[in-house]
Design a protein around this ligand. Structure first.
Ligand code: GDD
Length: 376
């Protein structure tokens, strides 16, 4: 099976779609895959050179422009694919018809949170247009699928959620090295968030509310890992809340190889995400919750979109209203105060991820979908 991917989201840039696409690329016909992706720097070139699949980077972002179409058709013709895969259906699905016709093959697309937010603000027609020329569309959660289904024009809707590499993300990873780098004492209770720094994820509330958590747990620390547009506002909020003196560390972006240790260093993972912008800025699922649970860490999740589906409330974590300060503080406080509960939740979470969110099974499902659309 020869596969041509077109995607604006590709490692080494950090993010859920990047992580999702990168994991599928590693596992589904990597030796026969060509990726057309966004412009990259030296780090991207080094990353691309290490992969089994070949990557061609366009001069800028991958938007559905005539130029993207021309370049993709040119490299696509020399690759001779059996199928084209789009990393996200909106807006790239706009090119599906012309790509499929130009290369004479079916086009399949992944979907994420953004597409599912569109119908809620009266933009279901954009979903219809972007899916009308697809052979199949994948969905990541019940929540996104329920919202997309009435608007999807593609004949097939198939669940392919993002997963976790359960061999990399394990409770056995040593997080001590990261605690040392962050300047957090080895035995201090540690709450953390790993995510892009954007308002939806709720790091602003974690930082602002931290003094309230610390009032009950004077030795506890908070680490916020990631980079993004909220960085300078968070730095100001952290300083207002007392900075390092108050046990707050803003750690910046973590290299990919350090991610498992970032989670393993924590006692509680907290990302109280909240839906914004009339429902268009919404959590489709939340890989970070799965990564934390794979490392045996209980999670505090927000109730945005499909995020509650990435937790087993009461068993592996707590789902809170991401706008309810008292609920966020109470959830973190509850887990910090309960050593036994954390250990139990960690074990249940790890087993659940192994059973339900392993990349191996998810990638097989995706490979079968490609077989089906090519054979159809
Ligand atoms: N290397 C690195 N460094 N990775 C990071 C960093 C960092 O500093 N910060 C976050 N990440 C990684 C996380 O480890 C995780 O794998 C991913 O980026 C974030 O994933 P999500 O929590 O899923 O968030 P998203 O908003 O970027 O992703 C969107 O698409 C996902 C896939 O469909 C959302 O819609 C998610 O809900 C959805 O799961």
């Amino acid at each position: 099976m020869r596969v041509l991917w077109l995607t604006n989201d590709l490692p080494p840039r950090a993010g859920g779609i990047q992580q999702f696409v990168g994991n599928l690329l590693d596992r589904v016909h990597p030796d026969d895959t060509l990726v057309v992706g966004p412009a990259g720097d030296d780090e991207a070139a080094a990353h691309d050179a290490r992969q089994r699949y070949r990557t061609v980077r366009l001069p800028g972002p991958v938007f559905p422009t005539p130029r993207t179409l021309r370049s993709t058709l040119t490299v696509g013709r020399s690759h001779r694919p059996d199928v084209v895969v789009l990393g996200a259906s909106w807006p790239l699905g706009e090119l599906a018809g012309r790509l499929g016709d130009g290369l004479g093959v079916p086009v399949v697309s992944l979907s994420h949170g953004l597409e599912a937010g569109l119908p809620g603000v009266g933009l279901g027609r954009l979903v219809r247009r972007a899916t009308r020329d697809l052979a199949a569309l994948t969905t990541i959660s019940d929540w996104t699928e329920d919202r997309l289904r009435p608007h999807v024009a593609a004949p097939r809707l198939v669940r392919v959620p993002p997963g976790v590499d359960e061999e990399r993300f394990t409770p056995d990873v040593d997080g001590g090295r990261l605690r040392e780098r962050w300047g957090v004492p080895p035995d201090a209770p540690l709450v953390g968030c790993v995510s892009r720094l954007v308002p939806r994820k709720g790091q602003d509330r974690l930082v602002r509310l931290w003094p309230r958590v610390r009032a009950a747990h004077p030795d506890a620390w908070l680490v916020v890992v990631g980079e993004g547009p909220l960085a300078s506002r968070l730095a100001r909020a952290a300083a207002d809340a007392g900075g390092r003196q108050a046990g707050i560390v803003l750690a910046g972006r973590a290299p990919w190889e350090d991610l498992p240790a970032c989670y393993a260093a924590l006692d509680v993972f907290a990302m109280p995400c909240r839906t914004r912008l009339a429902g268009t800025d919404v959590e489709g699922l939340g890989i970070v919750y799965l990564e934390a649970q794979a490392c045996g860490v209980p999670v505090v999740a927000g109730d945005s979109g499909g995020a509650p589906e990435a937790v087993r409330p009461g068993e592996t974590g707590t789902v809170v209203d991401g706008r309810d300060d008292d609920a966020i503080v109470a959830a973190i406080d509850g887990w910090l105060a309960d050593d036994r509960g954390r250990a139990d939740a960690g074990a249940v979470g790890r087993a659940w991820v192994e059973r339900q969110w392993s990349w191996t099974a998810i990638a097989e499902r995706f490979a079968r979908l490609l077989d089906d659309v090519v054979g159809a």
